[in-house]
Design a protein around this ligand. Structure first.
Ligand code: SUD
Ligand code: ADP
Length: 296
């Protein structure tokens, strides 16, 4: 069926917006603008938010988010910012769209939910509006919204350098993870401005396999976060009884790694009260890209 107000699918479609883990995160320097240079191993989880794209009525060219996310002003929301940024690259009126998000990822948890939402919107609207933009173009656009957006746009687990935008595809083992959200909120900017933060970890030349020496491959934010947030410290102590446990990003989420789903679920059943979380598998191809391939 052809529509009169431009190209694109006429039916609703829903795309995943997965979480990421930083399997390790090293701070290797600081740029003149104050941003920290990182080396990090990104892997996706088969768990995250869902974003639905609903075509607006004919002749309606507006972009809406319905409902808004409580606590996030629409003009700050990375979903709308990504949609408007993409629309702004085009010299044509585009069909309107109503976006809605089924939020499962804790916000500000180091799981990259906002960045992932932005990437899902960039790829979803590129599909809906049939813009034919390449992943390179969308990743470059996404970087304007946040350092973690490009990895979600490219959709392959990666060794990230720079502020996380220089990406080399990687294939860490697709283990199962128990992800816990200690009951505290952590601001990324605050952690990066802490005096005690390790900022001089030697650069590694080759992307590590996560299986490697746990003391060599770590999260440099962990010591500072443990000192400032007792909830994270207690969570890590508890989780590390069962195997390797680590912080993702600047937290607050922590994860333990397990060889099977059932091993992770057994520990999940015994988690301390007052801590939320989920069990998910690490995946090297983003569920977003798997779903998009099915749509096209
Ligand atoms: C740490 C990471 C690791 O994946 O993830 P999260 O914990 O946010 O998920 C990212 O690099 C987060 O990158 P990004 O999404 O750009 O961080 P923002 O929240 O915008 O950063 C807030 C502030 O932290 C500081 N910042 C951030 C990133 C970086 N590489 N160096 C910095 O110094 C800057 O002062 C910045 O203004
Ligand atoms: N669509 C969105 N989803 C989540 N957070 C968003 C969104 N848009 C803007 N934000 C803002 O971005 C901040 C960081 O969110 P998020 O990406 O989920 O965490 P993190 O960067 O710690 O992994 C949130 O605290 C919120 O204020």
């Amino acid at each position: 069926m052809e529509r009169d107000n431009g190209p694109g699918p006429v039916n609703d479609f829903t795309l995943p917006s997965p979480a990421k883990l930083n399997l390790c995160l090293h701070i290797v320097g600081r740029r003149p603008d104050g941003y920290h240079e990182l080396q990090t191993l990104f892997q996706f989880l088969d768990y995250g938010d869902d974003i639905t794209f609903r075509p607006a009525e004919e002749d309606n060219h507006d972009i809406h988010l319905e409902p808004s996310i409580p606590g996030v002003a629409d003009k700050e929301n990375l979903i709308l910012r990504a949609a408007r940024l993409l629309a702004g690259t085009q010299n044509q009126k585009l069909p309107g769209v109503i976006l809605s998000v089924d939020k499962r990822l804790p916000m500000g948890g180091g799981l990259g939910g906002g960045s992932s939402n932005a990437a899902t919107v960039l790829l979803g609207l590129n599909h809906y509006w049939q813009l034919g933009m390449t992943l390179d173009q969308l990743a470059e656009l996404g970087l304007q919204l946040g350092a973690d957006v490009p990895v979600f746009v490219r959709g392959h687990a990666a060794w990230g350098e720079g502020v996380g935008e220089r990406l080399t595809p990687a294939n860490p083992p697709e283990n199962w993870f128990l992800v816990l959200k200690p009951a505290c909120d952590i601001n990324t900017g605050k952690i990066f401005s802490e005096q005690g933060l390790t900022r001089n970890t030697p650069r590694i030349k080759i992307a590590p396999a996560f299986e490697g020496d746990a003391s060599r491959y770590r999260n440099d934010c962990e010591d500072v976060v443990r000192k400032l947030y007792p909830e994270v410290n207690q969570g890590l102590k508890w989780l590390s009884q069962f195997g390797p446990a680590r912080l993702t990003g600047t937290g607050a989420c922590i994860f333990g790694r397990f060889p099977t789903e059932s091993a992770a679920r057994i520990i999940w059943e015994s988690k301390p009260s007052g801590i939320t979380g989920f069990v998910a598998q690490g995946v090297n191809i983003s569920p977003l890209h798997t779903k998009l391939t099915e749509l096209t």
